[in-house]
Design a protein around this ligand. Structure first.
Ligand SMILES: N[C@@H](CCC(=O)N[C@@H](CS)C(=O)NCC(=O)O)C(=O)O
Length: 305
């Protein structure tokens, strides 16, 4: 029962992108190297503040999953940035897309969605949570606002077009995703297979979550569909993708020659579903593929075939 409840609690978790790296982009002017992994070797982590040190040390003892992304941004370079996340959570992936694009060095603590013991220290019970030298920031959009203020103090956060599409991501796009990734039993199983493989689960939790979660989410997704007035899941997904491409008005990115925060938000929430059936269908049936590939290259430096 606890397992199924936990599985339901990852309702918004989506399958992350299983990329096949074929081409690496040339190095940027700023040093750029992304190395994300799950590790059993604490020497892979550089700990500079007390909170994350204790988390990392405890994580080693109880088997948390963590990764380290070695990317540098000047203004945050001397601070410890830690992202508490679910690997497949769209809101967490929004933050990750931002951190990766702006070359901010950060650690990831993978939270177990069943017991959330990694964020027991916090009153906030959702992810993402970001700590910067121990200071806690919550809510993906607020986190991104705080981060951009630190690294680009002159960034115009009042651009109406950008604000509109960032809101669209939170209020519309994310709600279209769950009904799609859990649309059929096989799609729900595909999604949970990824979620439970990449996420922080014990073996027992993984089995319960995969089958219990997939079954539960198949039914929950039908309720979500009604709640958000979706009649045809795929039509809603394709419609959202086309709406986004229309918003680009022929520009490379919404931010014109470079991605802005709306580009990063759309990319972040779509990245986890890109290689699921729903994401493959979306790229096949809409015009979003070209923009998505450009974003993938801008954020990760990887070109996928
Ligand atoms: N508005 C928040 C939403 C965050 C959110 O709903 N996160 C989900 C995971 S995708 C969560 O933690 N749900 C609570 C749970 O898993 O118990 C944001 O943008 O960060």
């Amino acid at each position: 029962m606890r397992g199924i409840k936990g599985a339901i609690s990852v309702a918004r978790a989506l399958k992350a992108n299983s990329t096949t790296a074929t081409t690496l982009r040339p190095p940027r002017a700023a040093p750029y190297l992304t190395t994300c992994w799950t590790s059993s070797d604490p020497r892979n982590l550089v700990d500079r503040h007390d909170l994350s040190t204790s988390l990392v040390l405890r994580s080693n003892a109880v088997g948390f999953m963590y990764h380290y992304s070695s990317i540098t941004a000047k203004s945050l370079a001397e601070q410890e940035v830690v992202l508490f996340q679910y690997e497949a959570c769209p809101f967490c992936n929004k933050v990750k897309a931002f951190l990766d694009y702006y070359d901010i060095e950060y650690k990831v603590v993978e939270v177990n969605p069943m017991n959330k013991k990694e964020i027991k220290w916090s009153d906030y019970k959702k992810v993402p949570i970001v700590t910067v030298d121990g200071e806690q920031w919550v809510d993906s959009s607020d986190i991104i606002d705080e981060l951009i203020k630190r690294i680009r103090p002159n960034y115009d956060l009042d651009n109406d077009e950008e604000k509109k599409w960032r809101r669209w991501v939170d209020n519309h796009l994310v709600h279209v995703l769950s009904p799609n990734i859990y649309r059929t039993v096989s799609e729900a199983l595909e999604s949970f297979d990824y979620i439970t493989t990449k996420g922080n689960f014990s073996l027992y939790e993984r089995l319960v979550a995969k089958y219990g979660g997939a079954a539960a989410m198949y039914f929950v997704s039908k309720k979500l569909k009604k709640r958000h007035n979706i009649t045809d899941e795929r039509e809603a997904l394709y419609g959202a993708a086309e709406q986004w491409v229309d918003a680009l008005k022929g520009r490379e990115f919404l931010g014109d020659l470079e991605p802005n925060l709306a580009d990063l938000a759309v990319f972040g929430v779509l990245r986890p579903i890109r290689h699921l059936k729903s994401g493959r269908d979306m790229v096949e049936h809409t015009r979003i593929g070209r923009w998505f590939s450009k974003m993938e290259y801008a954020v990760t430096g990887i070109v996928n075939n």
